[in-house]
Write a protein that binds this ligand. Structure first.
Ligand code: UDP
Length: 240
């Protein structure tokens, strides 16, 4: 089978929960290592990769607000959680010999670079994996939206979302045996059927920028590389 990647530059969004493994909080080392190995293998194909990592394994603003906190304040805590995850993934990638930079939307100059678009572009051209931390830097947004935004800013050919299952289904396949997996969907179909792939703001940014969204399983070893070679199982969201 062909070893020529189908994309030149991509952004991979990984949710915080994907880093937890079997734990119910925080990061699981073996899981983070496995994801880092998959990213390493895609970088080795010559694909330029950037990452956005969520924070749901540590803190979600909405949960803080539900327990009585000010929502914006809780969201800032959520954004800080994404910085912790970004540093954890950076460390795992560097152990695999992958050159990385973390850029945060909230300035934290002692531990990472501030987000500077042109600088991020330059890192990517040099083959470094750029990890975008702190989401969009604004409360009331999600890291899905941050992923769509950064993918558009970086001129990525595709926005990849690594999830628990190998694509978008008509219902949760872990709960419903009749759930059907889609091969392709349009942005409007995802919104109209409320398919819960990414939030509506993220889908809108992708749609406006004609950025295909590719949904695949982050937990299947080697799946990221397979998707980049055009094989494997995934769902693509784009306009017809
Ligand atoms: N967050 C935010 N603005 C952003 C991105 C994230 O306020 O641009 C906060 C928000 O509180 C969110 C938390 O960071 O709950 C963690 O991000 P998210 O829920 O998107 O993580 P994931 O579900 O992907 O793990």
């Amino acid at each position: 089978m062909s070893e020529t990647p189908t994309h030149k530059r991509v952004l991979l969004k990984i949710s915080g929960e994907a880093l937890m493994g079997q734990r119910d909080y925080g990061l699981d080392n073996a899981t983070v290592r496995a994801i880092a190995e998959d990213v390493r293998d895609v970088v080795a194909l010559g694909v330029e990769v950037c990452l956005v990592i969520g924070g749901g394994n540590i803190f979600r603003g909405i949960a803080g607000a539900a327990s009585g906190m000010d929502r914006a304040q809780a969201d800032y805590m959520g954004m800080l959680a994404t910085v912790m995850n970004a540093l954890g993934v950076q460390s795992a990638l560097e152990k695999q010999g992958v050159a990385t930079r973390v850029q945060s939307a909230i300035s934290m100059s002692s531990i990472c670079e501030p987000y500077i678009r042109r600088r991020a572009m330059r890192h990517m051209e040099k083959g470094r994996v750029v990890i975008f931390a702190a989401g969009t830097g604004n409360p009331f947004f999600t890291t899905d939206t941050a992923a769509a935004l950064r993918a558009a800013e970086m001129g990525c050919d595709a926005l990849l979302k690594g999830t628990q299952v190998d694509g978008i289904y008509s219902a949760d396949p872990r709960k419903n045996a009749d759930a059907k997996r889609y091969q392709e969907l349009t942005y409007l179909e995802v919104l109209a059927r409320d398919l819960q792939v990414m939030d509506a703001a993220a889908i809108s940014v992708a749609r406006e920028n004609k950025l295909p969204i590719i949904v695949f399983s982050i937990h299947e070893p080697g799946a990221f590389k397979e998707v980049m070679l055009g094989h494997g199982r995934f769902t693509t969201v784009r306009d017809e």
